[in-house]
Design a protein around this ligand. Structure first.
Ligand SMILES: Nc1ncnc2c1ncn2[C@@H]1O[C@H](COP(=O)(O)OP(=O)(O)O)[C@@H](O)[C@H]1O
Ligand SMILES: N[C@@H](CCOP(=O)(O)O)C(=O)O
Length: 318
């Protein structure tokens, strides 16, 4: 039985950016959307599931597939019956490297389901991601990557009794993220397992100060000369909450973060790692940062994604 004849029809294609979370001191809060994208096409069918994946990393192609789980969760939230699904995924975001691949998969599934269900599209603007952000946070377990993936730019995300919310901040124009991706993979779950349950108050306090400074330093609304901005970013990206516990496990990553910082470049662990994020200011510093790499990292000079997750095409009869 075909989709249209069963009354089950629709096809949507979505695009979701990679994200780098934390940016040093903003553990589980800060996110930056990057110009590297996964694309997913979802077609509704009468029954069953097919998943076609193009891209480097192998994933299960059954109901445990993260995009499928997110679509199903979104249809449940929207009170829609579960349809059959045919997915075509183009995966460009490397998995288990601290670039938000799981967040992108979850957001892709949610915005695809929303578009197919003719619900709200992805929200943009301060705190406006609504139910999609709340659901994405529930599935991901922390709101930072999913917030930036949904709305783009630099985001400050949090959760309270009402679920997750975020504030989107337009990043300053000259920011040039450079990402260094090692071949080593590290699951976020395992990396979170390395963190202590308690941290010294002094570490929390000095990280809090850096985070507040970083939120200002990332904002386009804060005018600053390039050299001043670079110096402030370097100071603002210090972290005492999670990186000290994670970096010892990945020697090459720790060494690269240290080397870039010694060069005056604001480098941090990207998300839970093991990739490194450098927040270069302007093309010249980005070139210097990219040149600091050794053979074991792939260097990705990226733009900031400012638009967030996008529905590229939708055909409700497709
Ligand atoms: N596009 C995708 N499709 C299906 N599953 C995915 C996709 N992207 C990520 N995943 C799942 O998420 C896992 C990686 O998530 P995680 O450990 O949080 O690392 P990160 O999000 O930093 O890449 C993968 O091993 C896979 O199980
Ligand atoms: N705040 C989280 C961010 C994880 O990001 P990912 O890209 O590594 O999944 C953490 O630090 O655990």
């Amino acid at each position: 039985m075909g989709g249209a004849s069963s009354g089950v029809a629709g096809r949507v294609r979505v695009r979701v950016p990679a994200t780098s979370a934390n940016l040093g001191p903003g553990f589980d809060s800060f996110g930056l959307a990057l110009g590297l994208y996964d694309e997913v096409e979802v077609a509704l069918t009468a029954s069953g599931l097919t998943v076609d994946v193009t891209g480097a990393d192998a994933v299960a192609q059954d109901e445990t597939h993260l995009v499928v789980r997110a679509i199903r969760a979104a249809f449940d939230v929207l009170g829609r019956p579960q349809p059959g699904l045919a997915l075509r995924c183009v995966n460009r975001i490397p998995h288990g490297r601290g670039l938000g691949s799981s967040a992108a998969a979850i957001v892709a599934g949610i915005i695809a389901a929303a578009a197919l269900a003719e619900a709200d599209g992805p929200a943009s603007g301060a705190g406006g991601a609504g139910w999609m952000l709340r659901l994405a946070d529930e599935l991901e377990g922390h709101p930072d990557n999913v917030a930036a993936a949904l709305v783009g730019g630099f985001t400050v995300a949090w959760s309270d009794a009402h679920g997750a919310d975020c504030l989107r901040v337009e990043p300053f124009e000259q920011v040039r993220p450079v990402v260094f991706v090692p071949t080593l993979r590290q699951s976020t779950e395992a990396s979170r397992g390395a963190l202590p349950e308690r941290v010294p108050l002094a570490d929390a306090a000095r990280t809090l100060g850096r985070a507040a400074l970083l939120a200002l330093a990332m904002s386009a609304a804060e005018p600053a000369a390039a050299d001043t901005r670079a110096t402030t970013l370097l100071r603002a990206t210090e972290d005492f909450l999670h990186q000290p516990y994670r970096l010892p496990a990945t020697a090459a990553t720790g060494e690269l973060v240290g080397r870039l910082r010694a060069m005056g470049i604001a480098a941090t662990l990207s998300g839970s790692g093991p990739s490194v994020l450098a927040l270069a200011v302007g093309g010249q510093q980005a070139t210097v940062a990219a040149g600091a790499v050794t053979g074991e990292f792939t260097v990705l000079p990226l733009s900031v994604d400012r638009g967030g997750a996008q529905v590229l095409t939708v055909d409700r009869n497709g």
